[in-house]
Design a protein. Structure first.
Length: 389
């Protein structure tokens, strides 16, 4: 039985835990910033291929207590690295510290790298090259106040890089955050989904791939192929054939708008690339669109000043957005991701939920608004009962 630790965007740990339980993980446990689970080595093939929420899957290869850099050197040199990967692989060591007493993280990282190279020299008289930009094998070391855990990264480039993005706008949402938000919204493929400011189309594509049951990692490679224990046959048995057409499903009810022609053309080429060319994204100003159905789920991340949009303009725009929701979207449930915490006040609606999430390094909130007919007094009462301010 092996132990794996998956990192994910903060705030999505519980959703990732559910996903790992569905994917066959055992002893699944959520911790801040990730989820630990156990299973046979081949479990990491499935987690890399199928997880929509994880950022990377790490395989735990060593752990212990430590006080100084030299304890890290000792622990790392005891591990049989040459049994796990070839000396021809280029390596990178990354150290992540939380409340660690180590004085220099850079020096500690070097000591772990030295220990790995020295272990190779001792066992096979050759040492691997370091490549910080494009390593074949990444060794991740987590240190807290007194404990260290060493991992081999089974993923490579992070899992939100699905391999379908032909084009990205100014502030595209990470794919795993979009997938996590769809899970938090409870959207199911029989429901209408609308992103009225769809940019490059991330929510719509993640929703389409979920509805069609397409593995998010089907189009990319993973670092585990460099491991000595890589089981080509087992992998080829679970890896889907991306050349095949997507499975037929009842017509998807996915709708997107954006007022920017360039964003729409990016969304279209991304949708086309993944085989979701039938999904309509149309030009439109969010303040003027007509809802595509009487009820449904809206998910969106409007411009919020930090990365795009001009602050005074946004202050005028938000109340108009709130008025538009009240006038046209009764019957809908609306989810807005924003890093601007004045958002609910500015749109003058009471959120029924406020979920803290990190968008890259940016602290954000996912606001849920139940758009009930006659304003959202009911939602306001509900939020008061749930202690949402
Ligand atoms: C933060 S980006 C959304 C990114 C998108 N979720 C993605 O993953 O690419 C905000 C988007 O809102 C669009 N937008 C801004 N104001 C708009 C408006 N009034 N009507 C329609 N779209 C608007 C912008 O063109 C931009 O594409």
């Amino acid at each position: 039985m092996e132990t794996f630790f998956a990192t994910c965007p903060r705030g999505l740990e519980d959703e990732l835990k559910k996903e790992f339980m569905d994917l066959g993980g055992q002893a699944v446990r959520a911790t801040p910033g990730g989820v630990e689970c156990q299973g046979p080595f081949s479990l990491c093939y499935r987690l890399n291929l199928e997880s929509r929420i994880a950022s990377r899957i790490l395989w735990r290869v060593g752990e212990g207590s430590y006080r100084h850099e030299e304890d890290l050197y000792r622990l790392a040199s005891q591990l049989p690295w040459p049994q796990w990967f070839s000396v021809n692989c280029r390596i990178k060591v990354r150290l992540v510290a939380q409340q660690s007493p180590l004085t220099s993280l850079e020096f500690s990282t070097l000591r772990v790298k030295d220990a790995i190279c020295d272990r190779f020299l001792r066992d096979i008289k050759k040492r691997p090259e370091v490549d910080k930009r494009n390593p074949d094998i990444q060794i991740v070391v987590f240190v807290d106040e007194s404990q260290v855990a060493m991992y081999l990264d089974t993923t490579g480039s992070p899992l939100f890089k699905r391999g379908w993005r032909q084009a990205a706008g100014e502030a595209p949402l990470r794919e795993n955050l979009a997938a996590g938000i769809l899970r938090l919204s409870g959207w199911t493929s029989d429901q209408v989904l609308l992103d009225p400011m769809c940019g490059s189309g991330t929510f719509l594509i993640e929703a389409g791939l979920m509805a069609k049951g397409v593995a998010p990692g089907a189009r990319r490679e993973f670092s585990f192929r460099h491991f000595r224990n890589f089981d080509r046959v087992a992998w080829s048995e679970i890896r889907p054939d991306v050349q095949q057409a997507l499975p037929k499903t009842p017509q998807l009810k996915l709708f997107g708008f954006d007022h920017d022609a360039e964003a729409l053309s990016m969304a279209r080429s991304n949708l086309q690339f993944v085989g979701l060319g039938g999904v309509q994204v149309n030009p439109g100003d969010v303040l003027e669109i007509t809802p595509p159905a009487d009820k449904g789920i809206m998910v969106t991340n409007p411009p919020y000043g930090v990365r795009m949009g001009n602050q005074p303009d946004l202050e005028e725009w938000y109340p108009k957005f709130g008025d538009m929701l009240k006038q046209r979207f009764s019957g809908w449930t609306v989810y807005v991701l924003s890093a601007d915490f004045r958002f609910p006040k500015l749109i003058r609606l009471a959120p029924s939920k406020k979920i803290p999430l990190f968008n890259g390094g940016l602290e954000s909130r996912l606001y849920e608004f139940q758009m009930v007919a006659g304003g959202n007094r009911k939602a306001a009462r509900l939020s008061k009962r749930q202690g949402v301010d």
